[in-house]
Design a protein around this ligand. Structure first.
Ligand SMILES: [Fe+2]
Length: 391
């Protein structure tokens, strides 16, 4: 089938710069969008190598009318840095350039860095700050092995047509270099099959999935509007994943989803999430990362009953962090003035370890049995929270 006509000598226009997906095991998928195209490929090699490798992919007409190019690279050497260029119809789309990525680590590699942030794609015209976040993350792109987007990726309704308005243009120095894994937020939950699923390439059913990176297992959940998508089915799946992770001997177990369980922000405690706490305790989940509230808030470690674990970070319990401070700080636009935590909403004395009401993302560095987490403001690049977990 002809996707679009492109006459002799026509250079396809790059409408969406490359973005890296499903960086798992020895594989990475490269996606980009052009105005025309009937075929696509990626040329790649480890930095310094003399010989280029080529992988062909597939093109399809996206729901926005653009051409979605997708190439999956396999057989990558763990942890190696590759340079690559993308070709549509045998030509580099304009503008494009040489990009780089780092191949996923093996199980034996136990040092890596990732970012996590949610609630990003608010229009800049409405005082959203995806542009500021994109610049902040770009400064550290060589450090990040991958990133987690914690839902509410596109406001107001997660529409495909808004991805190239509210998100991708601001991450052209991030997405071609750093693979991202996403979860659905409530704002993304408008016909996700026709929107969200068309934009991302994720494992499993794309609603919930897991992947191993180094000595850590990451589990992505779909909390829908707070009640969890397919609660019973997803919970059963989660139990199996947690069992597998523990039997597989992973050092770190990290769950990420959009909604919070307990919190002291202006958001309610989502009972469906709280109902998973006993599993988090049983399977010794280390971190639970969420967005939703447009602020940063790290809680002290809790047990399966949501009670604080005495002894602080070097004891048992999971650490839950809200990082919904990506692009739409509450207090901006139509929202009431800034506040966090909300003392009227927090019924748990001592729950909050650190709260910062500023635009910020989180950076995590795992090195063997030690994890260091930081919150970094997107405007001033100031480290406003630091904590350590040690096995
Ligand atoms: Fe949300």
């Amino acid at each position: 089938m002809t996707m679009a006509s492109c006459g002799e000598g026509y250079t396809p226009k790059m409408v969406r710069q490359p973005y890296l997906q499903s960086a798992i095991a020895d594989s990475v998928s490269v996606l980009w969008r052009t105005d025309v195209g009937n075929g696509c490929e990626v040329r790649y090699r480890t930095v310094g190598a003399s010989r280029w490798l080529t992988a062909k992919g597939v093109v399809r007409v996206a729901n926005t009318g653009l051409i979605a190019n997708e190439v999956t690279l396999t057989g990558l050497d763990h942890a190696q840095v590759y340079e690559y260029q993308v070709l549509t119809d045998g030509i580099e789309p304009a503008p494009s350039k040489m990009y780089r990525f780092r191949a996923p680590l093996s199980r034996a590699d136990t040092a890596f860095t990732f970012f996590a942030v949610g609630d990003v794609g608010e229009p800049v015209a409405d005082d959203g700050t995806p542009d500021v976040l994109g610049k902040a993350l770009a400064l550290q792109k060589d450090q990040f092995h991958f990133g987690l987007f914690l839902g509410d990726i596109i406001y107001p309704d997660g529409q495909s047509e808004d991805y190239d308005k509210n998100l991708f243009p601001y991450f052209t120095e991030v997405f071609p270099y750093v693979p991202v894994f996403t979860v659905l937020g409530n704002h993304d939950w408008h016909e996700p099959q026709q929107n969200y699923m068309q934009e991302w390439k994720l494992p499993n059913n794309e609603h919930y999935y897991s992947f191993t990176y180094g000595n850590a297992c990451f589990i992505a959940l779909d909390s829908k509007n707070g009640e969890m998508h397919e609660y019973d089915t997803q919970r059963e799946w989660l139990i199996r994943e947690l069992e597998n992770a523990r039997e597989g001997g992973t050092d770190w177990l990290i769950v990420f989803l959009h909604h919070n369980g307990k919190s002291c922000t202006y958001k309610e405690d989502y009972e469906a999430v709280v109902s998973l706490y006993p599993l988090f305790e049983k399977y010794r989940v280390d971190l639970v990362l969420n967005g939703h509230a447009h602020t940063y808030e790290r809680l002290n470690p809790m047990d399966g009953g949501g009670q604080l674990v005495p002894g602080g970070l070097d004891k048992a319990g999971f650490t839950s962090i809200t990082i919904g401070s990506g692009g739409k700080l509450r207090g901006i636009g139509t929202d009431p003035g800034p506040f966090t935590p909300d003392p009227d909403n927090c019924r748990y004395p001592g729950l909050v370890a650190k709260s910062v009401h500023d635009w910020a993302y989180a950076k995590f560095h795992i090195n063997g049995k030690k994890l260091v987490g930081q919150a970094i403001t997107t405007k001033e690049h100031e480290v406003v929270d630091t904590f350590e977990l040690v096995k």
